[in-house]
Design a protein around this ligand. Sequence first.
Ligand code: NAI
Length: 695
Amino acid sequence: MSSTRYDVRGRTAVITLDSPPVNGLGAALRTGIVAALDRALADADAKAIVITGDDKAFSGGADVKEFGTPNAAREPRLPVVIAAIESSPKPVVAAISGVCMGGGLELAMGAHYRVARADAQIALPEVKLGLLPGAGGTQRLPRALGVETALNMITSGATVPAGKLKGTALLDEVVDGDPVPAAIALAERIVADQLPLKRLRDIKLKDPQGEPLLQFARNTVGAVAGPYPAPLKCVEAVGWSLTKPFDEGIKLEREAFVSLMATPEARALRHVFTAERAARKIPGLPEDTPLRAIRKVGVIGAGTMGGGITMNFLNAGIPVVLLEMKQEALDKGLATIRKNYENSAKKGKLTQEQVEQRMALITPSLDYAPFAEVDLVIEAVFENMDVKEQVFRHLDEVCKAGAILASNTSYLDIDRIATFTKRPDDVLGLHFFSPANVMRLLEIVRGARTAPDVLATCVDLARKIRKVAVVAGVCDGFIGNRMIARYGAAAQGLIHAGALPQQIDGALQKFGLAMGPFRMGDLAGLDIGWATRKRKAAEAGVAMKPIVADKLCEAGRFGQKTGAGWYRYEAGKRDPIPDAATEQMIADYRAANGITPRKISDEEIVERCIYALVNEGARILEDGIAVRASDIDLVYLNGYGFPAHRGGPMLHADIVGLPNVVRSLQRFAAEPGADPSWQPAPLLLKLAEEGKTFN
Ligand code: NAI
């Protein structure tokens, strides 16, 4: 299997990169390029060489799948390939269309001349993976485009259309059509006119504005880099192009690349990148599973979730029938959707015309008749099995054969819901996260009977509405909410033992979470958990033993919406203010339960809360509720504000070291009166003993 094609046209050898889908520069392609180059150099018929890809990609850059594998280190490495091109005694012209990114752009910059199609996408996006361009990009791009443009591109990773780079030393020609004939014509001219072999490395970069620009970039980039080391390293590396000889700049760049590659932040970003791809592979679901067409969607309930869910489909141009019980609720739901779109229009993200177009895709309804037409229904009514039963029985009566029937339930049993219909194979959970038009996560809950094509259709649909889909099995709370219950209990336990809400939130926010558990609780409403605890106590037939969270609710403190919860809030404001009244309730609870509060460190807070997630994550894997650990990480990154630079709870555990996680859990479990859930999960113990990791 060859990864390049070779042919001679006139007096020019054309080397075509042929490694679908995007000519990723894995070991096979790198070897293929050098072999084709050697062939062209030995070929007496070839006086010049053109390197090209196809119309979708010159090259998308490094093969991320190869990172961390022995193939990544296999010779020839990319800098060697680029040096071979650059030192070719025959002129080399790169003909660029489609994506030309990262290592792909670095490869093109090794050529003597470059011809690009105006809409080719040029970028050095390495910073987005916590890296810097490691094959000369930081040294050649400033020489080609000047310090300012190079700094902008390298520190942001942004894509620039080739048309915008016309007239620079990066692109000798920008053309509208296929760049290959233009590149061959240029190659012929180079040979005929004996034009010089231009090498970007030979440009002596002199930019009087260079140092002030670098200083400016250090300040601006430093201010937004957060926990990531890469953006500032990118600035430093561009600086070397100004102050160091080329070869020294290259050496320093390589060292910086290697050291960034080993940082936990880069590992986390790589993990996220590969996790999103892995999540699309679902056991028992072949890639060629047929899909059902989804041309029209029905949404039941226009409340908090129904409205946001509807917007996802309108945004993708898919019409929605929106059902409510009463005209008033329907009007309210429609008004909220319109208000959201009007706000986007005010920010310039939508035109007024687009707002109207999207609103016109909604068919508001108070009865089920229009549901005979829809291909997919998503139910988002109250979280109550009796109400769900009523809705699904209705749907079973009116929906056409083959329609997919989905529930947005947060906790309820999808298999039970499926029994309310005579078509359990068409039923599954589509669990969106609030606000549903913003949050990227979609948990797709596969019931015991869910048909493969129903599942495959929903996975495909998730991509169309730009969601990160993770498939989960049926259990109380699926992946995300089942884990968050343990995290919430850990935070609650810390309150009882001696910490205050503001300390716990502060410690977890310092760790990187967007919001600590108590701020989150106040935002979501404490009454939801209270109702669940009351329901569970009633179901178990036991008297409820109120915890501090229940005491808050008994006092009417439901969170932001009532002006007080764990914190208090000033009218119209969202800033949480620590409240002496809450502290008194906590003190009373401890006194009543004979607890002497102890001082708790921020480190212990993070360990307890995050390891509670990890331990439940391990059980979720054991139970087969999640397919793989990286799926759990995606749930937390996209649905719960887990910091991307930590790569999700399961990768965090891998980085900390599973034996360390086990030791902490065993310590927590050994405390008098400890909750049995602190016992390390058998899978976690096994992996730790075998020296393995989750990911
Ligand atoms: P909500 O109370 O804001 O909205 C529910 C809507 O359904 C109301 O407008 C109500 O009038 C309507 N409704 C009730 N019964 C109906 C029926 N028989 N026919 C037609 N409409 C009916 O509730 P929310 O928060 O939107 O939750 C809906 C579902 O989504 C629940 O199952 C909940 O567990 C789930 N969910 C909620 C999340 C949240 O953060 N609020 C997140 C993810 C899922």
